[in-house]
Design a protein around this ligand. Sequence first.
Ligand code: NI
Length: 274
Amino acid sequence: MPNINIDKEFFYVCIDFGNMQLIDTHTHLFLPEFDSDRNQVIDNARENGIERVLLPNVDSSTIEPLLSLVNKYPDFCFPMMGLHPTSVKENFREELNKVEDWLNKRKFYAIGEIGIDLYWDKTFKNEQEEAFRYQIDLAKKYNLPIIIHARESFDEIFRIMNEVIDDKLKGVFHAFTGNDNQAERIIEWGFKMGIGGIVTFKNSGLDKVVNNIDINHIVLETDAPYLAPVPKRGKRNESAYIVHIAKKIAEIKNISLEEVATITTNNAKQLFKL
Ligand code: NI
């Protein structure tokens, strides 16, 4: 074999992004962080081979900006509907009613993002669990995949998943940072793992786990404006940086960047019926 590192670098520099199609399956381009240059950010993404992005909702306050972006870029931005676990407060039942109202009003591509987050605040742990279960029921009712946000809550999420999983329920473990065993369980359930900027972080250990995951179970995501990959770590993230994540996965798996793009894009298209 020739020197792989040099070949990869050469390939990356020379690749024609016009022929490569990538999908950012998780990006919050509707948030205020992009108010001053949102159109430019979308142009950047397209110039870097990103053909589509999926927008996970946060709560009722983000629905209007999310949908107005979708209306402006209907071939590029695809909406999801859901209540984020960190937005689960006293009024969560009201919020969940709004989620279902919207599911009846227009097409959404997934229920998300939903789950349990015990990192920021444990006050509403029970309510978060109730909201998660309720939204899984919505996903089953409307035949949509789910986007799971699990932060310091793998045990809780796995316990619930074991109860609710069936042949039809599909989705993504967003910002996956688990171990080999957890990856195996997720694959058994027929779910995908959303891999983002963390895989490029030194000492994250995620590279070793990703190396053991068949790429057919991976979709790419930025979670912009958060979690920017190296070499943009610490800066505002944007969908164009999917390329850095795809490049890292190509390095880990010793396959071409184009192969990563083709397979992960197909995975996303199948899951979200794009
Ligand atoms: Ni997110």
